[in-house]
Write a protein that binds this ligand. Structure first.
Ligand SMILES: [Zn+2]
Length: 213
């Protein structure tokens, strides 16, 4: 009887571990997140969402492109605490370089300002490229995004939606959009329908929800 029980436990462990997606190779490149930036983040969430927080329980992944040609140029834009508008600077939890290298800039559950209306619940993935609006993201970036999103979905089963920044209006159907400041909106083209369709083709079988590319 006991033997049978242990066998069942061992089989369970083997079964579960074989189903877990390994963490993709991620290079740690943390932004210096000062207490001041944390306070600015809390002010931002109070102004825009009506509650004060600097952390998230991830419910969505928003995919972007940087409109720049190097990961360093995006990193440098994200570096300072303050943006020109007097609120916390923009940032993203991840940047994926053109060769598929994944950089983690912030803890996944730290709030990043990357998508109006969704920052309180969305992890951001920036992809280097899209200069002048050209849909030029690479096959390596696609593969890295697939692995990264799969890994995040397993780690945070609360993640339900994946959408591109350009789909921010359609994504309001998710019920996740919150914005208290009237007319606070900026239209976005990133990362384009080709990339989002390719992500959807690979990931919708994982139970993640997409919007028409
Ligand atoms: Zn974007």
């Amino acid at each position: 009887m006991l033997k049978k029980f242990f066998l069942a436990v061992v089989l369970q462990i083997l079964f579960v571990s074989s189903n877990v997606t390994a963490e993709p190779n991620i290079v740690e490149m943390p932004l210096p997140f000062s207490d001041y930036r944390d306070e600015l983040t809390r002010q931002y969430t109070m102004n825009h969402y009506g509650f004060s927080t600097s952390t998230i329980d991830p419910r969505a992944v928003v995919v972007h492109w940087t409109a720049g040609s190097t990961w360093e140029s995006a990193y440098n834009i994200f570096y300072d605490d303050l943006l020109w508008d007097g609120e916390v600077n923009v940032s993203s939890q991840f940047i994926v370089d053109r060769d598929g290298t994944i950089y983690r800039l912030m803890p996944e559950t730290k709030l990043a300002r990357h998508a109006i209306g969704y920052n309180w619940c969305a992890i951001g993935i920036e992809n280097v490229g899209g200069v002048n609006g050209v849909e030029d993201l690479t096959a390596e970036q696609l593969q890295a995004n697939i692995e990264l999103i799969r890994y995040l979905h397993e780690k945070y089963p609360t993640i339900e939606y994946v959408f591109g920044h350009y789909q921010q209006v359609e994504a309001r159907a998710s019920g996740l959009y919150i914005e208290l400041v009237p007319d606070y909106f900026a239209g976005k083209p990133d990362p384009g329908p080709i990339f989002m369709q390719a992500l959807q083709d690979e990931l919708s079988a994982d139970g993640l929800k997409f919007f028409p590319a």
